[in-house]
Design a protein around this ligand. Structure first.
Ligand SMILES: *[C@@H]1O[C@H](CO)[C@@H](O)[C@H](O)[C@H]1NC(C)=O
Ligand SMILES: *[C@@H]1O[C@H](CO)[C@@H](O)[C@H](O)[C@H]1NC(C)=O
Ligand SMILES: *[C@@H]1O[C@H](CO)[C@@H](O)[C@H](O)[C@H]1NC(C)=O
Ligand SMILES: *[C@@H]1O[C@H](CO)[C@@H](O)[C@H](O)[C@H]1NC(C)=O
Length: 572
């Protein structure tokens, strides 16, 4: 109660103290903007080892708005490194030979609590191996598909504060088997589209729009399928454009698709550079931050890495071809479409692409040779790359500090609210295998700590960020409405002050489903004394631009981000 009152007071003071108003930008000049960021030798980030044993492979990861991370792999991989004392049905797991081999005596999913740096086991009912997921507008994770009996499963995880919540499996099923499919939350009615999968050239919705709706054929998936190369169009890259249409990229091709009318709206040019970008030649993709400055109307996607043609067949013969170094960027809105190509500092595949709170893109994990699949890659890429989208061509990439731990097939990475990047997993073996293989099962959990957390930027860092909902509306902010953001700075805010919101992805197999950043407009700011600042920020205008749900809000001052706070956007 007290907290609510405090918030509503803070909100009112924003409006009353109008005479302290100043514009959100432009009152300090001559500051060196960190968009010109040059990474020096001392400034390439740090690696921290958080845990030696996550119990299960971090093949799939997702950050919940309760500041925990869901991790899971495959129930079919035999005993994991998390042995249960009791089966989920309560029966004790003894040291007998039978019990030591019994899969029900091992967890294959855990919840990691960030603040206590601990894990607890979760119960899976069917195998979620190579599945997909999306957070719904209420913060519940919808997770679908997998292997065997799990290939049509629909599962929910409703995050909780008391650590008693667990997976819930729906009685409903998908229409088709979905193994290696992708998800995107759509703007309307909390509906998720599930696209593709192995031998699934279709898409479908969860929930269905009518009781007897099934799956829909998508000829684009037939067309982009490489029969002799393991597909090269599995786990298609999906990005929601700001007009509500869905960008779908598979292999080398892409379309804009209207999910409301089941219609292809546009076919884009093929990305240059021969090679395949989607599974198993797994490259990666992001939608670059959307910006209020162009009313969120310019939408640009980026695709990086993957493998040359023939990589899959060669890997099966024990030859590991060099991956692709190239990235392509294309504006998917407007009428003129062209891939603008540039090169990463080295070849890369099995890479994750994450949008950092600053709007930079981090390329992390993966390998230099081979492709995705069991034991199909070699030469770990140990150095993350940082990409600065607004720099001049040729000066956008920097090479960051190397880790010593290879993160190969079945690894993942996600952004945490404090600005660190959580890195887990890698298991190119279909069992937990620690000896006599090129790349053993990796259970160590690391955080990559980017340059912006260095002490030298500390005096720029906004502290104690709070979201101040309008009085009586602390369940969320409607699209287009404004909300308060309070924070503290030990000096005047710089010219480059940004309010960025980020939809946390579901990450697996190099793709980060539903990842999305928006740079929001700040209407006004007032100083409240003692370094305290209150800003009025405008929520995204519509669910097309930002589907309803929980977003991480970060205040970025001169390139230095605060820790983020969760803000919920709800349908007007
Ligand atoms: C991990 O194991 C190593 C070697 O046993 C030990 O030195 C280190 O403290 C452990 N780290 C953590 C985070 O548990
Ligand atoms: C969110 O919505 C889903 C789907 O309707 C439902 O299963 C879940 O219980 C809801 N979660 C919360 C926290 O209300
Ligand atoms: C890959 O690793 C092998 C064996 O360690 C090494 O000889 C080779 O130079 C590496 N290739 C690349 C491209 O890094
Ligand atoms: C920020 O919050 C912390 C913990 O709540 C508190 O101890 C500290 O005094 C606050 N700092 C400022 C500058 O408000």
């Amino acid at each position: 109660m007290a907290a609510q009152e405090h918030h509503s007071l803070a909100f009112k003071s924003l409006i009353i103290a109008a005479f302290f108003l100043f514009h959100c930008v432009g009152f300090i000049s001559g500051i060196v903007a960190t968009t010109e960021l040059q990474i020096s030798q001392q400034n390439r980030g740090q690696w921290l080892l958080l845990l030696n044993n996550t119990g299960v492979v971090g093949m799939h990861m997702a950050l919940t708005h309760r500041n925990t991370v869901l991790m899971f792999d495959q129930t079919g991989s035999g005993p994991s490194a998390y042995r249960l004392r009791h089966r989920f049905n309560g029966r004790r797991c003894t040291g007998s030979r039978d019990d030591l081999q019994d899969p029900s005596c091992y967890a294959h999913s855990v919840e990691y609590d960030i603040s206590s740096n601990t894990i607890r086991p979760l119960r899976l009912y069917t195998d979620p191996w190579c599945s997909s997921g999306s957070f719904l507008s209420n913060g519940t994770l919808l997770q679908v598909g997998g292997y065997g009996r799990g290939s049509r499963s629909i599962r929910y995880f409703r995050p909780c504060g008391d650590r008693l919540c667990d997976w819930r499996q729906s009685r409903g099923l998908l229409t088709h088997d979905r193994w290696y499919a992708s998800n995107q939350l759509l703007p309307d009615n909390d509906r998720v589209i599930v696209v593709g999968g192995r031998r699934a050239f279709t898409y479908e919705f969860v929930p269905k729009r009518s009781p007897h709706e099934g799956a829909f054929d998508l000829p684009f998936l037939h067309r982009t399928y490489d029969r002799n190369a393991g597909g090269n169009n599995l786990y298609p890259f999906l990005h929601l454009s700001s007009d509500g249409n869905l960008f779908i990229f598979a292999n080398r091709d892409s379309i804009l698709f209207n999910p409301r009318h089941n219609r292809v709206v546009k076919t884009y040019p093929r990305i240059p550079k021969v090679g395949a970008r989607n599974y198993p030649s797994s490259g990666s993709s992001v939608i670059l931050p959307l910006d209020y400055k162009n009313k969120f109307q310019k939408v640009e996607v980026m695709v990086c890495g993957g493998s040359t043609l023939g990589a899959f067949r060669a890997a099966n013969e024990g030859r590991f071809l060099k991956g692709l170094s190239s990235c392509g960027r294309m504006v998917i809105t407007g009428n003129k479409h062209k891939w603008n190509m540039e090169n990463m500092p080295g070849p890369r595949l099995l890479n994750n692409m994450l949008v950092l709170p600053t709007g930079h893109v981090l390329i992390i994990n993966g390998a230099k040779r081979g492709c995705a699949g069991w034991n199909n890659a070699r030469n770990a890429s140990l150095q993350p790359y940082l990409y600065t989208p607004h720099q001049k061509l040729g000066r956008r990439f920097s090479v960051l500090k190397a880790t010593r731990i290879p993160r190969m097939y079945h690894s993942s990475a996600i952004l945490l609210p404090d600005g660190r990047v959580l890195v887990a997993g890698s298991n190119p073996n279909n069992r937990y295998t620690f000896r006599n293989v090129a790349y053993p099962t990796e259970l160590r959990l690391q955080a990559f700590v980017p340059h912006y957390m260095d002490r030298q930027y500390h005096h720029y860092r906004p502290q104690n960020v709070t979201i101040n909902y309008a009085p009586g509306k602390n369940y969320g902010v409607k699209h287009g409405e404004e909300f308060g953001v309070g924070f503290w700075l030990d000096r005047k805010p710089s010219k480059d002050l940004e309010f960025n919101v980020y939809a946390p992805p579901f990450t697996t197999h190099s793709i980060s489903m539903n990842q999305r950043m928006l740079k929001l407009r700040c209407r006004t700011m007032v100083t409240a004394g003692g370094g305290r600042i209150n800003a009025l920020v405008e929520a995204p205008p519509s669910p097309d631009v930002a589907p309803s749900g929980y977003y991480m809000l970060t205040v970025v001052n001169n390139g230095t981000p605060s820790s983020s706070q969760w803000v919920r956007f709800i349908d007007a």
